[in-house]
Design a protein around this ligand. Structure first.
Ligand SMILES: Cc1cc2nc3c(=O)[nH]c(=O)nc-3n(C[C@H](O)[C@H](O)[C@H](O)COP(=O)(O)O)c2cc1C
Length: 356
């Protein structure tokens, strides 16, 4: 395949189109990942929220659903990080995505196994550092993106990083259509990556009760950044639970977090000592404050209540601002076909030439 849409990203990842489905905790499951890959995109499985002991099973589930290459996301601070690392190497998955965390030795281990290392960054200095550590491709996530997010918008971060690094750069944060793909390529990106748009597909595991809240949110400003949940900036659709957390004082939030930690530890089979060790690992490994570390257990409980149990009022709904311009579910195949059709039309309108 050739043409303007066959980019370095397609070459490195082995996908047909330069469109990536990013990992989303509890959302990017085997079905969504495989559906993306079968539609010609590249899907990342959310490995950070796979239960300990189940990583092999879930990777095998993706393999049973697609013959196309796919990726796995992981977090160095998850209790079963080593299990994920061993599994991705054993299964020779095409790529891994991650945030800050893995050191050069871990990245070297993955690269030695032929796995493309593709971290997501929210600031220029993190992009430069990630390349120094061995990243093969950088995904930038502009501040309008969903989940944990930075303060720099895509329109500024993307050209900054394209100019600063010598590896392919993928643009994330605010994308949903073919215009966005052409714009990102024009900026020098090798493709786009989308979270929220893939959350709003027919293959998404999120219950309709929660999807409906995403689809009916029309105002970008109510999809806002809050630090009230785990102390780090994260974008959510504003709802009664988020407002309640924001009104709570720090002591009340920490008490709530202690309850969440006990519950989470019980479910993950980790006792109080194990939880303390995990907290220390997080504190030592990053630049999280003590409050951030102890508030972190709030996140899984409340996000699962939103996107797994489907309670749009008592749970939390992580989202990019792009949800405000999405009003219908599409299958992954229809979504990617539409994006590519729109991108071709846009490019033809700009150049006056037909694309091949
Ligand atoms: C519901 C949800 C869950 C997310 N969970 C994760 C995660 O577990 N790991 C991660 O690296 N990024 C996570 N993200 C961020 C996405 O992978 C992606 O970078 C972001 O959604 C891109 O911006 P967009 O939503 O505008 O497309 C999440 C995003 C959403 C909306």
């Amino acid at each position: 395949m050739s043409g303007p849409f066959h980019t370095a990203l397609c070459e490195r990842l082995g996908c047909r189109y330069p469109v990536v489905q990013t990992a989303m905790g509890w959302v990017a499951d085997a079905r969504l990942t495989a559906a993306t890959c079968n539609a010609g995109g590249f899907g990342f499985l959310a490995g950070a929220t796979i239960e300990a002991g189940s990583v092999d099973t879930v990777i095998n589930d993706v393999k049973a659903r697609t013959e196309r290459p796919f990726g796995v996301n992981f977090h160095m601070f998850q209790p079963n990080a080593e299990e994920v690392l061993e599994a991705v190497i054993r299964h020779r998955v095409a790529a891994v995505s991650y945030g800050r965390g893995p050191d050069a030795k871990t990245i070297g281990r993955l690269k030695d196994a032929g796995i493309v290392c593709m971290p997501t960054v929210g600031a220029l200095k993190h992009a430069v550092k990630a390349v120094e550590l061995g990243a093969d491709i950088i995904t930038i996530q502009g501040g309008e993106g969903g989940g944990h997010t930075g303060a720099v918008p895509t329109t500024i971060l993307l050209p900054q990083v394209v100019d600063a690094v010598d590896v392919p750069v993928v643009a994330a944060g605010g994308f949903s259509d073919g215009r966005g793909l052409v714009a990102a390529l024009a900026w020098g990106a090798a493709g786009i990556a989308m979270g929220t748009r893939f959350l709003l597909t027919e293959e998404s595991p999120v219950p309709l009760s929660a999807l409906d809240r995403y689809l009916t949110t029309r105002e970008p400003s109510v999809i806002k950044v809050s630090t009230a949940v785990d102390g780090l900036p994260q974008r959510f659709i504003e709802n009664s639970e988020l407002l309640r957390l924001e009104r709570m004082g720090l002591p009340a939030r920490l008490a709530m977090s202690a309850r969440s930690a006990r519950q989470w530890g019980k479910e993950a089979g980790i006792g109080p000592l194990g939880m303390a060790k995990l907290g220390l690992k997080v504190l030592r490994g990053g630049d999280n404050s003590f409050a951030q570390t102890v508030m972190a257990p709030n996140l899984p409980t409340l996000v699962q209540r939103g996107v797994v149990a489907g309670d749009p009022d008592r749970g939390l709904l992580p989202s990019g601002q792009v949800a405000a311009v999405i009003d219908e579910l599409e299958s992954c195949a229809d979504l990617i076909a539409r994006i590519m059709r729109e991108a071709e039309d846009r490019l033809e309108a700009l150049t006056g030439k037909e694309t091949d």
